[in-house]
Design a binder for this molecule. Structure first.
Ligand code: TRP
Length: 453
């Protein structure tokens, strides 16, 4: 086992690069459209408190566990389990991670592609046309090739960044894109809170209504925290396999979680004041972003500018996430099949895109094709979000909590004793007992009662 550093492998070169890349993976479509809506509908501030507890107790624990596995093994997600648990079936968790990456990217890239179309629509005046924005949206996503073209563009952009490697690709672009994302977000926040009546929106988001909190809400919050932090499929195992041995894993996990949560909350601060200022019903899911917001941009002075900024924000958030998901697959193919990264990138991009095209088509021309009563798109989403991710997260905490030797975990978390780790007993307790139980509860609930998010 290599614990001294693997000099042949490309690595991240700076602390900021690591933070930007890991936060880039976490901050994605999940933060910008899902979090604000889920929070608003589930008791606002009360949900937020529970969400914060989920992120900072469970999320940070699982993230630190992924970091521990990845940096210790310094391999792709499959290779990591092979290295740390040779001769056991644990590598199966790695295979699940690769499959999950494949599946997530296929439908996530479809939605990511829509953001590009909407950047164009913000400028070209499409929002002003007489067609209702909700018709325009459904015409677009059911169109036989328009969404697919954008999806492929998005996959190519993702592949180009991954092709630069870790330092000169993933790190370099995250270092540029993440500050840019923050800038867009701040501009949009300022615009939103200075709209008339913006306080109503802030209230909707933050006012704690504890009567809406049920056991289901808690599971909801946990599921959202997992997805938002990119946990459960080895994205962060893969990234941390490129971390230097001096990196403080625990503080990185805390910082990434803070950044992810902050972006989610700020996205809510952008969306809800705008929704209330223009007296629009806060509606659900994708329609909030692709139908409601364009309606607002249509009515707002300088709306095209804010529209472009908003959809560019979404595109950037999605891109830094798709990059992290593609890297899981590329690292696996290139390291396990001993092929060049270039070849691995071409193979994975083409095969994921093929599945992605099917996912896109299943919203339009292929919408009558149902498997288990779900469209291909929904089936892929369900399989990844409700089955593969929670199961992956469960195995990861069991692996670190029960399979790995305590001394090895302590050695990795403390950088071989160089860091003070007073929190270690608490971490250990959560990873052994609380996290497995909590994740098992989410898993069972979401299997039997359907989607949580
Ligand atoms: N966290 C991202 C978001 O909020 C999506 C994402 C990227 C993801 N990598 C992941 C989700 C790995 C689960 C697992 O949109």
């Amino acid at each position: 086992m290599s614990v001294t550093g693997n000099s042949n492998r490309d690595n991240f070169s700076s602390k900021f690069g690591i933070l930007a890349a890991a936060a880039g993976s976490a901050v994605g479509l999940g933060n910008v459209w899902k979090f604000p809506y889920v929070t608003g509908q589930n008791g606002g501030g009360a949900f937020l408190l529970i969400y914060l507890a989920c992120v900072f107790i469970l999320g940070v624990t699982v993230m630190l566990s992924e970091f521990t596995i990845g940096r210790r093994a310094q391999r792709n997600v499959f290779g990591s389990f092979k290295t740390l648990a040779p001769g056991t079936p644990w590598y199966f968790v790695g295979i699940m991670g690769v499959v999950a990456a494949f599946v997530i990217l296929s439908f996530y890239s479809a939605v990511a592609g829509w953001t590009l179309e909407y950047i164009v629509r913000s400028v070209d005046g499409s929002f002003q046309s007489n067609e209702s924005l909700s018709n325009a949206f459904s015409h677009f996503i059911t169109h036989p090739f328009r969404p697919i073209v954008w999806q492929l563009v998005f996959m190519v952009l993702t592949a180009l960044i991954v092709a630069g490697g870790i330092k000169n690709g993933i790190e370099k672009y995250n270092r540029i894109l993440m500050p840019l994302l923050l800038l867009f977000l701040i501009i949009l926040c300022v615009r939103a809170v200075t709209l008339p009546n913006s306080l109503e929106g802030i209230k909707f988001l933050f006012y704690p209504d504890f009567s809406k909190i049920t056991a289901k809400t808690v599971l909801f919050a946990m599921g959202q925290a997992f997805f938002s932090l990119s946990l459960g499929m080895g994205t962060l195992i893969t990234y941390s396999s490129y971390f230097g041995k001096k990196e403080n894993l625990a503080s990185t996990a805390v910082n990434v979680s803070i950044a992810d949560t902050l972006v989610a909350i700020l996205a809510g601060v952008v969306i809800f004041p705008a929704v209330f200022a223009f007296s629009i019903e806060p509606s659900s899911g994708p329609s909030l972003v692709f139908i409601t917001l364009p309606e607002i941009f249509k009515q707002m002075p300088l709306g095209s500018l804010f529209g472009v900024l908003f959809f560019a924000l979404l595109a950037v958030a999605a891109l830094t996430s798709t990059v992290s998901v593609l890297e899981v697959v590329v690292a696996y193919f290139s390291e396990e099949f001993k092929i060049t990264r270039k070849k691995a990138i071409v193979i994975s991009t083409i095969s994921i895109s093929a599945l992605g095209v099917l996912a896109s088509l299943s919203l339009g021309p292929l919408s009558s094709l149902l498997l288990f009563k779900k469209s291909i798109f929904d089936l892929l989403d369900f399989t990844a979000s409700n089955v593969l991710l929670p199961l992956g997260g469960l195995f990861i905490v069991i692996f670190v909590g029960w399979y790995m030797r305590k001394d090895d975990v302590l050695d990795e978390v403390s950088n071989s004793g160089k860091l003070k780790v007073k929190f270690f007993p608490y971490y250990r307790f959560i990873v052994k007992f609380i996290a497995p139980l909590a994740i098992a509860a989410i898993f069972i609930y979401s299997i039997f009662f359907g989607s949580l998010g």
